[in-house]
Design a protein around this ligand. Structure first.
Ligand code: SAH
Length: 215
């Protein structure tokens, strides 16, 4: 799996703007046992570089995408991170290796319960998980150094921009659900100005419960 990620990074280097991912990100990818996060029937494919079904119509993301999105956040050890779309909890566990605290929100409560129990059992102790609509973020713990959305949004949710710290980064797939989206990196500078960059074409399951911001 690690070799596959490294070769896909090299293959996409022009688009993603790097030849290799941060060593700490790759160390986290090696350390977290992906086999613990996939359904038993898919355990044989746990270390393939592909997405897998996790029930309720959702998927655990492709390892290359997990590594890339994590890398784009450029986390530091004392950072606070918000993740929207806990799913299996795999991305959550990777993030937990690279920052101080991860808050994660999952829309499907059955998946949230499974992921929470799994992360507790595996001993990740800097994660707080809840079930709810991540479109609204998690204002109680804001602002965040990094926000990662692992479901496809039609637009960047305003609450997430508001909950991003100046100097912080947001990584989110934006585009049409069920088709391809553009993985976007949004950086908020110290004056609160936003810089946005399209990184790569991706395909994620849709972000549920989007709100119309014009209402
Ligand atoms: N990071 C996960 C990816 C799971 S797929 C992993 O590695 O396993 C995306 C997840 O986002 C799904 O579990 C889906 O239920 C969840 N999701 C969709 N819309 C959401 C919303 N508005 N708030 C929180 N989670 C959401």
């Amino acid at each position: 799996m690690i070799d596959d990620i490294e070769s896909e990074v090299r293959y996409t280097r022009k688009m993603i703007g790097r030849d290799a991912l941060d060593k700490k990100v790759m160390a986290a990818m090696k350390a977290v046992p992906r086999n613990e996060f996939v359904p038993k029937s898919y355990v044989d494919a746990a270390f393939d570089n592909g997405p897998l079904p996790i029930g309720h119509g959702q998927t655990i993301s492709q390892p290359y995408i997990v590594a890339l999105m994590t890398d784009l956040l450029e986390l530091e050890a004392d950072d606070i991170v918000l993740e929207i779309g806990t799913g299996s909890g795999y991305q959550t566990a990777i993030l937990s290796q690279l920052c101080k605290q991860v808050y994660t929100i999952e829309y499907v409560s059955a998946l949230a319960d499974i992921a929470k129990a799994r992360l507790d059992k595996l001993g990740y102790d800097n994660i707080e998980a809840m079930s709810g609509n991540g479109y609204d973020g998690w204002p109680e713990h804001a602002p965040y150094d990094g926000i990662i959305v692992t479901a496809a949004a039609s637009h960047i949710p305003k609450p997430l921009i508001e909950q991003l710290k100046p100097g912080g980064k947001l990584v989110i797939p934006v585009g049409r659900p069920h088709l391809y989206q553009e993985l976007m990196l949004v950086e908020k500078d110290e004056d609160g100005e936003l810089n946005m960059r399209d990184v790569l074409g991706v395909a994620f399951v849709p972000l549920q419960g989007e709100r119309d911001e014009n209402i």
